[in-house]
Design a protein around this ligand. Structure first.
Ligand SMILES: [Ca+2]
Ligand SMILES: [Ca+2]
Ligand SMILES: [Ca+2]
Length: 645
């Protein structure tokens, strides 16, 4: 309309004959009215979610969310066999979304289908695809304490394809000198480094989110006063697309396939609590209750997380914590809206089914209603029984974190179904003891609270992650301390998780310096720390130490599945046994800066007198059980892993 008005003004200013002016005016008005009819009349399609599904799924019908315009009163027809529409589609008030149930026949042939969306004013086609039936062997494997997981940030690990560094659709947010912009790392880079991860002894890779994030500088989230980007992946603008800086869905499938062939599982990082600030839903939600609040009028998350496990909470605080917008700008999805719940459940199943991945690390778990989690987990396990989910509940209190683990109905009457949690209550004492020279006994004192968990064996133990400063940037951190922390994490109960670059002692005191580029992963890097030749002597020494630990973890059954029993605890010494029916491993750690001799009874380990033990880490000499005891001489800041000789 503005264009037409401007044309009329131009016309008035032109020195034309009155009749000519009148004819021209008439022509412009006719064209404008045709354009207006086209704009308000025939249906237009922008997006179909999910874009594909597989036959034989436990979800059938699949509910499609179609975004576009002029969709009021639309009928939907599927061209091609094996797929039909069930019931009448529903539209939102503005006619910008269509909810359609499609039924997929059990033997529907894989391949493309066409959706025909028809109203009284016209027809628009849209693509949909039937995927091949799921191949299950070696896929959807889940996680277990037998794994060694490695967390990496896709953008900062390895750039395997420079052609996607500054893509046309999002030109100008790639800048390796700007710590808040994209640096070029991608899925091809991860594929290229699988041999490195294998060498390190990794069996599962957790990648930060690969959802498509905003294509331009983010003017809402300012960092150090300047626009930032979604290089970290946590601000999705599209839940069904791979970020173009990282690759494509085909590349993601290739990564999963190649990783599986290398004996490595793939763990997806998912977000369902919120969207990015630029998701198209924010200005035009599919239902009136799609979000908790609107851009103009919403609560702000006050992070009073303690009220979430309070049987008698202040309701206002609880609402602000559950429904408040994260950092005041991340739109909070309302999972109590059945359409939102269904969308998110299908989205999770789609990523797994469409790629073959093995597990999920779920972001911001505690800010989402447990009733939704119950339904989400049920749907997930129905389709993928071996699958495992790790929830992020960032809190140092076992009372708090354990409340969120599933397998047990809590006072709210709900079993969330959550398998595992990131073990932050153990992370902090591990850091304090090994990086800040606090007492080591803080570690077993925390493990003593394990009875509060429904299952502590599956918790994910860690000494670093992408939201915290790196271990080596703690004030008192040393390489010796970092080795001990790794020795502990890789021998205690749980699923050990490493953080990329910690194996070569990378530094970075805060977020985002903790998300630095892995040296050698990027074109023009001065050295390549992925190779032995590119590592300094200290780095190589640390890498080898961790490699030895991961391989012992894989080799020694007790370190994977053995019961954990404490044998000796003092301020700076800690010894424990990991015990299976047929085997034992005794671990002894001295966190003190001087050597020490410790003596402890080994009856809990079931070791008979005369049993000879050898230290697989080579720190201590061979031992023999005498009078039901072990006398262990531990060098300063050392760890020993004793096995039967
Ligand atoms: Ca790249
Ligand atoms: Ca993008
Ligand atoms: Ca929420």
């Amino acid at each position: 309309m503005r264009f037409t008005a401007e044309l009329l003004v131009t016309l008035r200013d032109m020195r034309l004959h009155r009749i000519k002016r009148l004819v021209l005016l008439l022509a412009i008005l006719i064209i404008a009215s045709i354009c207006a009819t086209a704009q308000t009349g025939s249906p237009q399609i922008l997006k179909v979610e999910p874009p594909s599904w597989w036959a034989g799924s436990s979800v059938n019908p699949v509910r499609l969310l179609i975004r576009g315009s002029n969709l009021k009163g639309a009928r939907v027809q599927v061209i091609g066999g094996g797929v039909s529409v069930a019931g009448a589609p529903e539209t939102n008030e503005r006619g910008t979304y269509l909810f359609v149930d499609v039924v997929i026949a059990p033997r529907a042939n894989p391949g493309p289908r066409q959706l025909r969306i028809t109203t009284a004013d016209g027809m628009a086609p849209a693509a949909f695809e039937i995927l091949p039936p799921l191949r299950r062997p070696g896929r959807f494997q889940g996680l277990s304490p037998a794994d060694v997981m490695y967390l990496l940030m896709i953008d900062r690990f390895s750039d395997g394809d420079s052609s996607n560094n500054d893509p046309p659709q999002s030109r100008g947010i790639y800048d390796r000198k700007n710590k808040f912009y994209y640096h070029g790392g991608d899925l091809q880079g991860v594929i290229d480094r699988l041999p490195y991860l294998q060498e390190l002894g990794v069996t599962a890779v957790w990648l930060t989110p690969w959802y498509d994030n905003y294509d331009h500088p983010n003017q809402i989230e300012l960092k150090e006063g300047k626009p930032s980007t979604g290089f970290h992946g946590y601000n999705p603008q599209d839940f069904y697309a791979v970020e173009e800086h990282f690759g494509t869905l085909a590349k993601l499938r290739e990564l999963v396939e190649t990783a599986h062939r290398s004996g490595i599982k793939i763990i997806q990082d998912e977000v369902v609590n919120h969207t990015g600030p630029y998701h198209p839903w924010v200005d035009d939600p599919p239902t009136p209750t799609w979000f908790n609040g609107t851009k103009a009028n919403h609560l702000k998350n006050v992070f009073q997380t303690w009220v979430l496990h309070d049987p008698r909470p202040v309701e206002k605080l609880k609402r602000e914590t559950m429904e408040g917008w994260f950092l005041d700008f991340l739109p909070d999805l309302n999972q109590n809206d059945p359409e939102v719940s269904r969308y998110l459940i299908q989205n999770t199943l789609w990523w797994i089914g469409a790629t073959g991945l093995d597990g999920i690390r779920m972001d911001t778990w505690q800010y989402v209603p447990s009733t939704f989690w119950r339904d989400w987990n049920r749907a997930l396990k129905k389709e993928f029984p071996n699958f495992k989910v790790v929830g992020e509940v960032k809190d140092g209190d076992v009372v708090h974190t354990s409340f969120f683990q599933g397998g047990k109905v809590r006072f709210d009457g709900v079993d969330s179904g959550l398998d595992s949690l990131l073990d932050f209550p153990l992370f902090y004492p591990v850091r304090h003891a090994f990086a800040e020279e606090h007492n080591l006994d803080e570690v077993p004192k925390t493990l003593a609270k394990d009875y509060l968990y429904n299952n502590s064996e599956i918790l994910v133990t860690l000494l670093g992650g992408h939201d915290d400063g790196r271990f080596m940037s703690e004030r008192e951190a040393t390489l010796a301390g970092l080795k001990l922390a790794n020795a502990f994490v890789l021998t205690t109960r749980g699923v050990p998780q490493l953080y990329y670059g910690d194996e070569i002692a990378m530094t970075g005191p805060d977020e985002p310096t903790t998300r630095g580029d892995f040296p050698g992963g990027f074109p023009g890097d001065k050295r390549n720390a992925f190779s032995r030749a590119g590592r300094s002597k200290d780095e190589e020494d640390l890498f080898e130490y961790i490699r030895r630990l991961t391989h012992l973890h894989t080799e020694l059954e007790p370190l994977k599945r053995g019961a954990l029993v404490n044998l000796y605890v003092s301020d700076q010494q800690y010894a424990y046994v990991r015990k299976t029916k047929n085997d034992v491993v005794v671990v002894a750690i001295n966190n003190d800066t001087k050597p020490v001799m410790i003596t402890f009874e080994v009856s809990p380990a079931g070791l008979a007198n005369g049993t000879r033990l050898a230290d697989r880490l080579g720190a201590s000499s061979d031992l023999q059980v005498e009078n039901g005891k072990l006398n262990v001489a531990l060098p300063s800041r050392s760890a020993s892993i004793f096995v039967r000789q």
